[in-house]
Design a protein around this ligand. Structure first.
Ligand SMILES: [Zn+2]
Length: 91
């Protein structure tokens, strides 16, 4: 389970990624073109040397970024509820 901070770092990485391997692409994005040029290089997301392609071909990870942001919001609101509950119990 990723912490909020790790998720925020991942969002930043996805937003700044210019190239991606197909593993990271399908994990965080949706393949949006019929075919794309693939070459060997360093994936901006996982940092491994793999066959990579442009992040554009995975719609710039919009689906993955949206999902991560939703998860962060949910975790933050959960935390707030827990804080409120412990405060109420203390008083
Ligand atoms: Zn990758």
């Amino acid at each position: 389970m990723n912490s909020v901070r790790q998720k925020q770092a991942l969002i930043k990485k996805l937003e700044n990624a210019y190239v991606t391997c197909s593993d990271c692409g399908t994990k965080y994005g949706v393949y949006s073109v019929g075919c794309s040029s693939v070459w060997e290089g360093k994936c901006d997301v996982c940092g491994q040397i793999k066959p990579i392609t442009e992040a554009r071909d995975y719609a710039y990870f919009v689906t993955g970024i949206r999902k991560l942001k939703m998860e962060i919001l949910r975790e933050k609101s959960n935390r707030k509820t827990q804080e409120q509950q412990s405060k109420e119990q203390a008083s």
